[in-house]
Structures are given as structure tokens and as C-alpha cells.
Design a protein around this ligand. Structure first.
Ligand code: DQQ
Length: 532
């Protein structure tokens, strides 16, 4: 499986569709695969029921694959899927629509494609027709017309093409794109949504958007999900970024790890916006084939915009806490340079850990070099957990073997840059496994932090065997990683530690950790449902 498709909450049920390769656990982004839309439903975003695929290639306008798309609930009652169809093995792309066959089926199991498909074709000069895909959720304007954006490459430039419609069926392209930028070429899996700075209440893009709201455009490219914050100029139907860097290496990311093709939706049950993404395997191709599956979706996160109007914040949906058992709790710990504190009493392979770090002094922060912003991973490799610093590195060592030959380090290092502090967060997988042939980078990202006033730097890490999702500073920075230590195979547990390797002593005012129960996830196998 790969991209999340068309997530929505409808009549008390969450729907998660996804790119699914029925032929096996291999390259889902290959136009030779006959991708279908897998379908799962849930009432709490945690426990899921797997259903039969919702859409399969069976009409001329999707005969070579049903690729990514979105769901829109028209006027709160009529769900519609709009998705990309592959019309040939050269991956030429068009957009199609499907509707539920029976809206009173609570699971919306069956979907029918409309007779007028494809509803949008590639007829634009300069458009690369194999780069024309992944329509967004629709939104309605004050003129009563529906809009969607489609990711495209036009004359080599990354473009969010804008289409309008009266009835969501027949679409006209607006000459001016919603946004384009030559810092990147093809944009996959666009997401476009409104947020109110400083409020974690989500907005439904088809309701009235309050004044003061901002808009966010998320683009997926080269294994990274990046976003721009700006305003949506309703008169010109254009997205206008507040600021945008010429060099895309400086664009802010939703997550600095293995987290791609994310898609968000408005969750009307809780009045929040929820986002999730595809987290690909980073073990070997032969391992994927042997285990018979590849790719997971991240734990759903609530997403909102910080009060500064610049930075998105993400936090695992609170429902995940229903899986917590066996809480352990430590208060008032102190970690001096070189200290390693073992966190015992929980299942370290399936855990939720929340820890706060408070440096006892801010004097020893090392000087920040702005050129590091271009390559935070390099900085994580060079200034890793074993390299002593001023303030930090401090953080967690997880999935560690008895002799530390295998371990994953998630940590922070605080730097001083003129009047502000900048923190590097790393999730370093380089020693995560003794097995050969794995992709084990040191992921990293920087964020600004008001150390003098905020004082505490928090880390939450959710470990679900091979999935390690880390949230720094209350969700200002996120890193999702996939690790495959031998300990997982042996299933004999692993160690977890809090550590400090900086010269400044770090207080840990609070450390809480839990074992996590298994969620109920019913998976289809060979036509019948099994428990996983
Ligand atoms: N995956 C889909 C495409 C999308 C890509 C194909 C992103 O629609 O652009 O499975 O991972």
C-alpha cells in the first residue's frame, strides 16, 4: 500500500481509502501496477475494519490504474470521490469521479463510476500528461462554484491547476493556476486547507472561512511533504504565500522522516483537521516480498497552525491514548553529561513515551551556522548522539540491544543564533539494525525555540515495532522512521533510555511512558477477513 486517498468522516464512520497493489508487496508507484483503492472503516481512527477495494481499474479512463485522489462531501450529504485514472502504460493521466452506490450503507462499500468519465482531461499546452494527477478535496467559493486543484508539471514547472464546477461533474480550468513555483517540477498529492493561527479547531473548506484565517498548500515531491503558508485571494482565486524560499531545501516539512503523500480532512465529529501519510518500508525489497506486505499509514494526527502563523503543529489524535496501559512515571530526574537512565517496566517494542527536558543553564549553547539549514541530515550525522555538545545532545535511545550494538537515537541539540535559539532534532537510524541492506539514514530538522521563556523541550515518541513516530516540542517538528532491529525478529524485548551527552545538566521534570495495546485491524487475506 502507499498513499492515503479520500479520507473522510461520513455518518458516524471514518473512511480511509488507500493506494493498494493487489498483485503483491512491490513498487506501488510503477505505472505497470494495476493500483486499486483499498478501503477501511473505523469509528475511532484506531480500530479498523478492512473492506473490499472500493475502486478498481475497469473503464477506459482508469484501465491501467486507479491512482490517488480525494473525497468531498457535497453539502454535507453526498460523498464524491475524484481520482486520477491511468489510461495507458505510459502513465497518461485523467481525472475520474465515483459515487457510493448506496448512501444508506453505513460503510459505503460499493462505488459506481459516473458515465461521463473522464471528467477532466489533459488538454493544456505545455502539460506533461504523465504528470497531471492527485486531485484535492473540493471546496466551494462564495459564488457557489466548486473548486479543486490538480497537481501538474507545466513547461517543467510545478503547478497546482485550478478547476471550477457548478455540479462537481463538469469542470472548467481557470487559466491562472492556484499556485505555481519553479523551485520544483511535478507536485504530487496536493493538499489545500484553511487554518486559524493559534487555534486547533479545524475548518471545513466548504464552510465560511473566518477572517484572519490562513491557507496551507502542501506538496509532495522527492519523498518529502513540504508546505507553504499564505492567504487565498478569493477575487483572483489564487494562493499567495506569505513567504517562499527560492531554494526548496529550505521549505518547511510536514515531517522530516519517512512520511509521504499526506492528506488531511476535516473531522466534523471533533471539529479538528486530521492528517496522515504513507510511511514506506525501508528494509530490503526481498524482505517485503517475504513478509507479504509493504507500507503503512502513520498514526492520524491533529494538525493546526501555531500562533505565529508560520509553523504547523501536529499531535497524535487523542484516541490513540485508549491503547495505553501500564503507565510508568518518573519526576525530577537529572541527567548530567554522559548519563543514561533506563526506562523500565513497559513493552519497549510497542510504547508511547512522553518526556520533558529542561537545560539547567542556557550559557553553553553552541553557535549556529545557517548553512546547516540546507542539510539537517548532515548535521545529524556529524553531531550525532555520541558527540559531546554544549546543550545536548539529549533525548531517547530506543530499541537498543543489551550491548548497544543496535539502537535508534532520537535527540535534540540547542544552538544559539544571534538573538534566538535554534534546535536540531534528529532521529538517527544508522545503528538501528545489524541486518544488512536496510536504508538507515539520520533524519533531522531544525526549529526555532524561545529557550529563555519556554525552558522545557518536550519529546513524544510512539513506537509500534518497526514504526517510530517522534514529535518534538509539542509537535512543532515531527520525524517518522522505520527500523528493523534484530530484536523485533527475536521478539525478546529491547532497552529504552533517556540520555544526555551535553556539558549542561538537563532536568527531566516529567517522564511518562506506557505500553500500547494492539489495535484491532482486520485485514483482508485471500478474500476473507483476518485479525492482525
Ligand atoms: N502515488 C500514486 C500517485 C501519486 C503517487 C500512485 C505518490 O497518484 O502521485 O500510486 O506516492
Amino acid at each position: 500500500m502507499n498513499d492515503p486517498c479520500g479520507p473522510m468522516y461520513y455518518n458516524g464512520v471514518y473512511h480511509e481509502f488507500y493506494q493498494y497493489n493487489p498483485d503483491g508487496a512491490f513498487d506501488p508507484n510503477d505505472s505497470l501496477m494495476n493500483m486499486v483503492w483499498g478501503h477501511s472503516v473505523s469509528t475511532d481512527l484506531i480500530n479498523w475494519i478492512g473492506l473490499e477495494p472500493a475502486i478498481k481499474p475497469d473503464i477506459p479512463s482508469d484501465i491501467c490504474g486507479c491512482w490517488t485522489g480525494s473525497a468531498t462531501i457535497l453539502f454535507g450529504v453526498q460523498p464524491v470521490i475524484i481520482y486520477t485514472g491511468l489510461i495507458d502504460r505510459k502513465a497518461n493521466q485523467v481525472q475520474n469521479i465515483a459515487l457510493p452506490k448506496n448512501r444508506s450503507d453505513p460503510y459505503l462499500r460499493e462505488w459506481a463510476k459516473v458515465g461521463s468519465n473522464p471528467v477532466i482531461q489533459h488538454v493544456i499546452p505545455g502539460l506533461n500528461s504523465s504528470h497531471f494527477r492527485d486531485p484535492t478535496t473540493g471546496w466551494i467559493g462564495p459564488d457557489g462554484l466548486w473548486r479543486i486543484a490538480v497537481g501538474a508539471e507545466v513547461n517543467g514547472i510545478g503547478t497546482a491547476l485550478l478547476y471550477k464546477s457548478e455540479d462537481f461533474m463538469s469542470w472548467t480550468r481557470i487559466e491562472r493556476p492556484l499556485y505555481s513555483n519553479n523551485a520544483l517540477n511535478m507536485w504530487e498529492c496536493l493538499d489545500f486547507f484553511a487554518v486559524v493561527p493559534g487555534s486547533n479547531n479545524g475548518l471545513d473548506m466548504s464552510s465560511e472561512i473566518p477572517s484572519g484565517a490562513k491557507h496551507v498548500l502542501k506538496v509532495s515531491i522527492n519523498s518529502c511533504d513540504m508546505y507553504i503558508v499564505g492567504v487565498y485571494d478569493l477575487k483572483r482565486d489564487e494562493f499567495v504565500p506569505d513567504t517562499v524560499q527560492d531554494d526548496n531545501r529550505l521549505w518547511t516539512r510536514i515531517d522530516y522522516g519517512t512520511f509521504y503523500a499526506s492528506k488531511s480532512f476535516f473531522d466534523s465529529k471533533h471539529g479538528r483537521r486530521v492528517i496522515w501519510a504513507w510511511s514506506n518500508e525501508t528494509d530490503s525489497y526481498s524482505d517485503d516480498i517475504a513478509k507479504g506486505w509493504a507500507g503503512i499509514h502513520s498514526i492520524p494526527r491533529t494538525i493546526w497552525l501555531d500562533g505565529d502563523g508560520k509553523q504547523l503543529i501536529q499531535w497524535p489524535v487523542e484516541e490513540i491514548e485508549s491503547l495505553r496501559i501500564n503507565e510508568i512515571n518518573h519526576q525530577g530526574l537529572e541527567l548530567k553529561k554522559g548519563d543514561l537512565f533506563e526506562i523500565k517496566g513497559i513493552d519497549t517494542l510497542q510504547a508511547d513515551v512522553e518526556i520533558d527536558f529542561e537545560p539547567t543553564s542556557i550559557d553553553d549553547a553552541e553557535t549556529f551556522d545557517p548553512s546547516w539549514l540546507f542539510d539537517p541530515r548532515k548535521q545529524c550525522r556529524e553531531a550525532d548522539a555520541s558527540v559531546h555538545g554544549g546543550i545536548g545532545p539529549f533525548g531517547l535511545v530506543i530499541l537498543a540491544s543489551d550491548n548497544m550494538e543496535e539502537h535508534t537515537a532520537v535527540h535534540f541539540r540547542v544552538y544559539k543564533s544571534e538573538q534566538k535559539y535554534i534546535i536540531l532534532m534528529c532521529s538517527d537510524l544508522r545503528r538501528s539494525s545489524l541486518r544488512p541492506g536496510l536504508y538507515t539514514p539520520a533524519y533531522g530538522g531544525f526549529f526555532e525555540f524561545d529557550l529563555e521563556n519556554e525552558k522545557r523541550i518536550s519529546l513524544r515518541t510512539l513506537i509500534d515495532r518497526s514504526a517510530v513516530e517522534s514529535f518534538g516540542s509539542g509537535g512543532r517538528i515531527c520525524i517518522t522512521a522505520r527500523v528493523y532491529p534484530v530484536a523485533l525478529v527475536d521478539d525478546d524485548g529491547a532497552h529504552m533510555y533517556a540520555f544526555n551527552n551535553g556539558s549542561t545538566t538537563v532536568r527531566v521534570p516529567q517522564l511518562r511512558a506506557w505500553s500500547m495495546k494492539r489495535a484491532q485491524v482486520n485485514v483482508m487475506k485471500g478474500g476473507s477477513v483476518i485479525d492482525a
